[in-house]
Design a protein around this ligand. Sequence first.
Ligand SMILES: CC(C)(COP(=O)(O)OP(=O)(O)OC[C@H]1O[C@@H](n2cnc3c(N)ncnc32)[C@H](O)[C@@H]1OP(=O)(O)O)[C@@H](O)C(=O)NCCC(=O)NCCS
Length: 170
Amino acid sequence: MEAKPTTISYVETTNMVLPNDTNTMGHLFGGQLLKWLDMNCAISAGRHANRICVTAAVNNVSFDVPIKLGDLVIIKSHVSRTFHTSLEVWADVWTENQASRKLTKCNSAIYTFVAVGADGKPTEIPAVIPVTDEEKERYEGALRRRQLRLVLAGKMKPEEATELRSIFPR
Ligand SMILES: CC(C)(COP(=O)(O)OP(=O)(O)OC[C@H]1O[C@@H](n2cnc3c(N)ncnc32)[C@H](O)[C@@H]1OP(=O)(O)O)[C@@H](O)C(=O)NCCC(=O)NCCS
């Protein structure tokens, strides 16, 4: 029986930047942030799909602002769109200065997960229903981003990426 579509829910996690997480300038390692993002996004994916989800691709991660030792790092993610067995998860990242409580938006990241069954094979997942304007915007753009990812990964021919091609002038 096909699972029912559900509205989008959010996963928020907070981590503190400790000395072991930093480089010699006292800034958070990019790899540590990727790990926290992967974990947070995997929870979003797994809760939506109701099964194990494995990371298939990491996309659109940029490090716009250095994150300092002692800062809190707040990650909020949600499933932005599902396809057949894969789903896109969007994460937004803020830092919080512990003394001032000031929040600074640092970056966003987009992860692709694939839901797998007990045999490790991809398995179908329910759709999401976007409700807010931001959810709708991210949902709409997800098809283009999927096609770009698959073309770059050599899993789709550029001529098949019709949604992606439609944004370029002829
Ligand atoms: C991800 C994985 C399950 C896909 O298996 P596969 O046999 O290649 O599956 P398929 O080619 O049938 O593709 C399955 C889905 O993955 C998507 N996919 C595969 N490679 C992808 C990539 N590089 N980028 C984005 N999506 C990808 C496909 O588009 C398809 O999505 P859809 O069903 O929604 O259309 C498999 O490659 C794998 O197990 N990779 C290792 C994952 C891992 O160890 N991650 C890190 C630890 S969690």
